[in-house]
Design a protein around this ligand. Sequence first.
Ligand code: PMP
Length: 361
Amino acid sequence: LAPAYIRSIAPYVPGKPISELAREMGLDEASIVKLASNENPLGMGPKAKAAMLAAAEDIARYPDGNAFALKDKIASKFGVSTQHVVLGNGSNDTLELIARTFLTAADSAVFAQYAFAVYPLAVQSVGAQAIAVPAKDYGHDLPAMLAAIRPDTKLVFIANPNNPTGTLLRPGELLEFMEQVPARVLVVLDEAYTEYLDPAQRADSIGWLQRFPNLIVSRTLSKAYGLAGLRVGFLLAQPEVADLINRVRQPFNVNSLAQAAAVAALDDEDFLARSVEVNRQGMKQLTDAFVRLGVSFIPASGNFVTFHCGDAAALNRFMLQRGVIVRPLGNYGLHDCLRVSIGLPEENARFIAVLEEALAS
Ligand code: PMP
């Protein structure tokens, strides 16, 4: 029915929903801890929630197709013009829009071996060649990625921090890469988890847009801003690049509840700071436990940690039976790893207790 390049796409495997696990295992939904999808354990911020509920009053109307207020908020917050902004139904949408705008079946795109699963999905769905470059210490091998660029390569995807491995590139490494990559190749720098970094770890990516017209910076409100279910992502690029992507974008791809909540969320510095602090403490709680239990893990930036555990499928089953949902990474070829998202202190404690029980059994 579909062309071979569509049939070759590996299905995306999302985290198991709480309701599904409750049904499967006969567990009470309230007893289940989901640490599988890198969500914000605090939920959505109070200001965003109030704005979303207020917007619900007008839900019979179409959203603002140009999302004037949200683009304006993003532009002023990040020091760019509204012409630099493209909005998406989550950053998955903007990543896919980039592929649809710039790739044809005659082109290729480069990314790292353990890079985010949506990159191959977006690239293969337009029939382009996906070039996965072997990882270095579970992260990006930038010199190898540079060397992998072919005459038909139009895009490079870099996730920093990377999901699912949590690896981080230094600003200097990224800058060197940008200086060396051919100007005809667009570089998508996916910074979905950037809010969790210390300021010194962060690249001045948005500041680089002027100097590198081939740079696209991708952000999301699904993580530290707590709006994963509403689906809001955006990218920043030079107006010529943003204009092309906006031509492909469906006009109402960000719904009105999402637009209203996103404007309020971007203004709520208190909630953002609280989210980052809960994450910092949770990261320590989890990694301290891994050290104490002798479990090796990949040093992580972001709101999750990937750890080694031998037979990951078996440990995953053990955890699911006890109401703890984490993320198996078999689709990335990481069959001896699980990824755990950072939750509230009591959720992390449940995960640690079940891990301890598994190790003792
Ligand atoms: N990029 C990376 C690296 C991610 O980990 C994720 C979320 N899993 C996304 C993009 C997409 O997030 P969203 O579509 O919710 O904005």
